[in-house]
Structure formats: structure tokens, C-alpha cells
Design a protein around this ligand. Structure first.
Ligand code: BF8
Length: 630
């Protein structure tokens, strides 16, 4: 295998990553950073969005310096090419989250019809609330209600009259803005399909029109597919409540059978959690010399389990290969999204078993097990049983777990936040009005090997909380913050005096974990609830969002639905749009008047913090609240 590594400290700010990266180097194992280095220099045309391989008259590219070709073979200019590419990116992100949501809808239906052994309605009160939103009769028994809700949600994916049901959670003024622009989301699959249709050669060749459909597609995710995924996961597995847990690679246990749960959908991993509590399997682990069975999460499946079960988090996106390299993992279970195709080969260098669990997502050298609601429970047991037997194959001499875990507090669903506030958003609004909390920012998104791991998240967040801005986090950003010790109540010491006092009174951290990436819908839902309580639209709130280290199409979609929902969003990595001045101008400025929000791009976390602080203070001024000079 190829190994070419520069300074290990440049890859991450986290000691566990640095130590394991060094182990990889010593053992000659390739990781994402070597592959990233091998790709340099990356294509400048693609980086600017100025390459097109949509049809086979191409591939085409446009010269950004104006000397070479200015049109593709079909005649598309830079604006069309960039807008088409961005539209497809957003469609892929929306499709990913929404297909994840569909798997939960299908499971809910199977539970209702009685053929999903092991699954249940874990939160009947939430089922009641969501069913009421969808117009399901209140007096139905739970099974029948679940069935009606599942069928109603299936319709959200298709062609329906009116707009997606969850858009009713918004202030009327927001929906009116979308209607005026023609971007109020209709069916989820409808918007994704229309985006793909309009980006086929010879269909929509107006950059602005393409961008509007990209926003509508993103909204179909944020107020459709992703929101369904969040809400049904709560119905099926429980709505998160605050709980203590731990983070970093130190959550693996040298004396236990370690099973890592990686991906995004909790459907299989919840069954693994259940099987890991089976006394028979625990006894078998002990017979083989292990002290027990230890579960740990990675990426967003990890976030789902952390939020609901307090299962500790081994790491974020860039840790997935390093987790295998600890030599302490008996099994890694993956579902879909953000799973490196390299894992199978790497697992083969150790005793680690790699299980894929979705027929939609197979991986090289992984044992392919296909989940269905009918088989999920049995699958969970099979995985744990094989992992336990695999403990006998572990080579203790290769085990290296180079960190002690860091404590964290998790589980801040909207319901949990409101409960902590005594049942209403009033206390939070009062703290904002009084200026103790200046505003709130969602710091979310991925790791990207283009950026020193967690540097963007942690430095931005530290700066924001120091300026009394409450941070809400999800996804890999949440893991970054946890590893850096920002998610314990004691981290309030790093906050400004106002936020510190609020956190100390409520015994909460200044950075609240709201879940996985589909759970960014919890953040926009909370923002909608605050806006409703204040009688304003979302863009008037002193709130913002940031994705300092994003890499994925899903993150692009989230950013688009955040902005279209009225939330100013700062990206740490430029999206591939800079080849079109028109598209860049629309995203940075042009959408501000009709939507009240826009994008900014700022890789430096200190400068990104300044942008957000200035935005928050401006919005405070707009609401007639005290505002600091910034
Ligand atoms: O959905 S933050 S790297 S794991 S895409 Fe992926 Fe990005 Fe992590 Fe979760 Ni979200």
C-alpha cells in the first residue's frame, strides 16, 4: 500500500487521530490523507464548477480565464454549467436523506401491520403529535394510527396537492416568500426528479431558474425527507433526552468485544444494541476471555445512538479508518452514506469483520447482509454473535487505543430543550431579549481532508460561545466539539458572561447536541418555533448556521434549505460555483431580498465567527433589542 505522509499534526487537532495516523504510517497502511495527497493537484475546472460530464457529447470544460472554450459542446455557458452541477449536487443530497426517511416510513408501516419483530412505537405521545399534524384521526388505536401516518407520509414522497405537511410548522410569512418565488416544496421525490429532469441537456438553461429548483429540492429535504427521518426515528426508538456519555477513540475497550456502528440510519444499529444486551451473547463473550460487549458509534448512526441510548462516540468522518487501525474492533457495521469504500480492504489487514446491512449499499470485501423490517432483529443478533466469536481472532499485540475518553452531555431534542426550559420557549426568548444570550448558531457538517480535522468546528464554536452565542450542533461537528470538551456543563467557563450564567443556572453546556445530520431539522424546527413565539419570520431571528468542514452533497442540501428557511449560513469550504459570477452573486447576495438570508464563504474560523457575530447583532437591532457594535 502507498504511504506518503507529511506531518501527522497537520491532519488533525485531535491527539487520538494524530496517534493513530502515526500507527498507520508505521504499519504502511493507507488512509484518506494519503489518497488526498495522491490526488493533488485536484482539477481546477471541477473546483470552479466549470466541467460537465452530464452527457456524452462531452465531457466539456470552460476556461475560467476567457482564453479557451467558453461553451460546452451543447452550447451551455459557465452560468448554465455551474447551476446545473449545483442542482444535481443538491438533488443527490436530498435523495440521500429522503431515502433514509423512506426506510423509516416503511418500517413504521411494517410495525403497524405487525411484521417487524423487535420494533415498536417507543414514543406513543410523539406518534399522537405527528399523526395530528398529518390529519390522522386522534381516536384511532396506536397501531391503526401508525398505519395511517405511514401511508400519509408515503404520499409526501409523491405527487400531492399543496405543499409538504411539515411546512405548516413555519410562520405563514415564510411560506408566502417561497410561494412568491415558486419554491414551496411539493412531493419529495417530485422535486428531486424535477431537478434531475431540468438538468438533463436541453431542458432548463436559465441559471436562476435552475437555482430556484435547487432551493425547492433542498426544502423538500429539510421540511420533508429529513424531517420525516428525524420524527419517525423518535417515534420508533424514543425522543432523545439529556444523558451523559463519552467521545473519542478511547471509548473502545481493550478487554471487550468492540462493535462499531457506522453510517446514518438507526434501523439496524438499534437491533445490534438490543442483541448486545442478550445475556447469552454476553456470557459467550466472557467464555472467550472478553469482559463484555462494548458498542461505539461513528458518524451519524453514532449520533442517533448517542442521542437516544447514550452509546459513546468513537469519532467523526475522518476517524472511520483509524478506528479499524486500533486493531481492537471485532466488527464494524455500516448502513449507508459517508462510509469509505476503502474500509473492507483495511479491515482485511486486521481481524475486523465489516458488515454492510443495506441492499442499497454494498462495499468491497464487506459481508453483505440485507436489512428488512422483518429481518432486522435477527440481523442484529447475527452480527453480535459473529462479532463475539471474532474476539478469539484478535491479536492483542496490534491493539492501540491511544486516548482516554472525554465526557459529554447529549440528547437535546427540541422536546428536551423545551422541557429543560419548563415547557415553553419563553425563558430562552427572555434570555435572548435581555441580551444574556445574543443569539444562536448551528455549527454542523462534516470533516474534509482539505482542512485540519476539527480545526474549523472547534475554533469557530469557541469564538461564538465566548461572544454569548449559544451553539447547537449535529453531525461530525458535534463529535468534534465533544472530543474537544465543549459539551460538558463545565465548558460554560469558556462562554461569555451571559451565556455562562444561563448554562450554569440550567446545568447545560454552551454547545447543545441536537443529533445527526437529518436532525438539522430539529434546529430549523426550533427556529420556526421561536419565530412563531415572537411573531416574526425566521430571517428576523438572531440566528445563523455554519458548516466549517463540509464535504458532502447532503451538506450542500442542508445549507440550501437553511438559507431558504431564512438562516444566514457560512461555509468553510467554497462550493464548486465560483466559475459563474452570476451563480456566485445570487448565492452571496441575490437571494437576500426575497429570502432574507444568503450564503457566505469563509475558511478562517475567527473571521467566520466575526461574520456570524455581526449578523446576530444586526438581527438584534432589527428586532429592537440591544445590539453591540461588531
Ligand atoms: O450526515 S456530517 S461527514 S457523517 S454528511 Fe457524513 Fe458530513 Fe459527517 Fe453524517 Ni452529515
Amino acid at each position: 500500500m502507498k504511504t506518503e505522509t507529511s506531518s501527522e499534526t497537520q491532519v488533525s487537532i485531535q491527539p487520538d487521530t494524530i496517534a493513530l495516523k502515526e500507527k498507520a504510517r508505521q504499519e504502511g497502511l493507507e488512509t484518506i490523507w494519503e489518497r488526498f495527497a495522491a490526488q493533488q493537484p485536484q482539477c481546477g475546472f471541477c473546483e470552479l464548477g466549470l466541467s460537465c460530464r452530464i452527457c456524452v457529447m462531452g465531457p466539456c470544460r470552460i476556461d475560467p480565464f476567457g482564453e479557451g472554450p467558453q461553451r460546452g459542446v451543447c452550447g451551455a455557458d459557465a452560468d448554465i454549467m455551474v447551476a446545473r452541477n449545483l442542482g444535481r449536487m443538491v438533488a443527490a443530497g436530498a435523495a440521500s436523506h429522503s431515502d433514509h426517511g423512506r426506510d423509516l416510513v416503511e418500517t413504521l408501516l411494517a410495525v403497524a401491520e405487525g411484521h417487524a419483530p423487535g420494533y415498536q412505537i417507543a414514543d406513543p405521545a410523539k406518534l399522537d403529535r405527528i399523526a395530528a399534524e398529518f390529519g390522522v384521526a386522534a381516536d384511532l388505536p396506536p397501531q391503526a394510527k401508525a398505519k395511517e401516518l405511514a401511508l400519509a407520509m408515503m404520499e409526501e414522497y409523491g405527487i400531492r396537492k399543496g405543499y409538504l405537511t411539515f411546512t405548516k410548522r413555519l410562520p405563514a410569512s415564510r411560506l408566502a416568500k417561497w410561494q412568491a418565488l415558486g419554491i414551496a416544496p411539493r412531493g419529495i421525490d417530485w422535486e428531486v426528479t424535477e431537478m434531475m429532469h431540468r438538468t438533463h441537456m436541453g431542458v432548463d438553461n436559465d441559471a436562476l431558474n435552475l437555482l430556484l429548483q435547487a432551493l425547492r429540492t433542498a426544502l423538500a429535504d429539510g421540511w420533508g425527507g429529513s424531517m420525516i427521518a428525524t420524527e419517525l426515528s423518535d417515534v420508533l426508538f424514543g425522543t432523545p433526552k439529556p444523558a451523559a456519555s463519552q467521545a473519542n477513540i478511547g471509548v473502545l475497550k481493550a478487554d471487550q468485544v468492540n462493535i462499531i456502528l457506522h453510517g446514518h440510519n438507526p434501523l439496524v444499529s438499534e437491533m445490534v444494541v438490543r442483541a448486545a444486551q442478550d445475556p447469552q451473547l454476553i456470557n459467550r463473550a466472557k467464555e472467550l476471555g472478553a469482559a463484555g460487549i462494548n458498542l461505539a458509534g461513528l458518524c451519524c448512526t453514532g449520533n442517533e445512538l448517542l442521542m437516544r441510548r447514550g452509546i459513546p462516540m468513537a469519532g467523526n468522518h475522518l476517524v472511520q479508518e483509524l478506528a479499524v487501525i486500533t486493531g481492537a474492533v471485532e466488527a464494524m457495521v455500516v448502513d449507508y452514506q459517508c462510509i469509505l469504500p476503502s474500509l473492507g480492504e483495511l479491515a482485511g489487514c486486521f481481524h475486523t469483520l465489516l458488515f454492510s446491512t443495506s441492499a442499497k449499499a454494498k462495499f468491497p470485501k464487506a459481508a453483505a447482509l440485507a436489512f428488512s423490517p422483518e429481518t432486522g432483529e435477527a440481523l442484529g443478533r447475527q452480527i453480535v454473535a459473529q462479532a463475539v466469536e471474532n474476539f478469539a481472532r484478535r491479536n492483542p499485540d496490534r491493539v492501540f487505543i491511544p486516548a482516554a475518553p472525554v465526557q459529554q452531555l447529549t440528547g437535546f431534542s427540541v422536546e428536551a430543550i423545551l422541557a429543560a426550559l419548563g415547557g415553553s420557549p419563553e425563558p430562552l426568548l427572555n434570555a435572548i431579549k435581555a441580551g444574556q444570550i445574543r443569539g444562536a448558531a448551528g455549527v454542523v457538517g462534516c470533516n474534509n481532508p482539505k482542512i485540519q480535522q476539527d480545526f474549523g468546528h472547534v475554533n469557530l464554536t469557541k469564538e461564538l460561545i465566548a461572544h454569548d452565542i449559544l451553539v447547537l450542533d449535529t453531525g461530525c461537528a458535534a463529535v468534534a466539539h465533544a472530543k474537544s470538551g465543549l459539551k460538558v456543563p463545565e465548558a460554560a467557563e469558556l462562554a461569555g458572561p451571559g451565556l455562562k450564567a444561563v448554562c450554569q443556572a440550567l446545568k447545560i453546556p454552551p454547545v447543545l447536541h441536537m443529533g445527526s445530520c437529518v436532525d438539522n431539522t430539529r434546529i430549523v424546527y426550533l427556529a420556526a418555533a421561536l419565530a412563531q413565539a415572537l411573531g416574526v419570520d425566521l430571517d428576523q431571528l438572531p440566528v445563523a448556521a455554519a458548516a466549517p468542514e463540509w464535504y458532502s452533497e447532503k451538506a450542500a442540501t442542508i445549507a440550501c434549505y437553511a438559507v431558504a428557511s431564512g438562516v444566514y449560513t457560512v461555509l468553510g469550504v467554497a462550493p464548486p460555483v465560483l466559475g459563474s459570477k452570476t451563480v456566485t452573486d445570487v448565492l452571496l447576495n441575490g437571494i437576500t431580498a426575497p429570502l432574507g438570508a444568503c450564503f457566505a464563504v469563509e475558511p478562517d474560523p475567527q473571521k467566520a465567527a466575526k461574520l456570524i457575530i455581526r449578523h446576530v447583532e444586526e438581527k438584534r437591532r432589527g428586532l429592537g433589542l440591544d445590539a453591540r457594535e461588531s
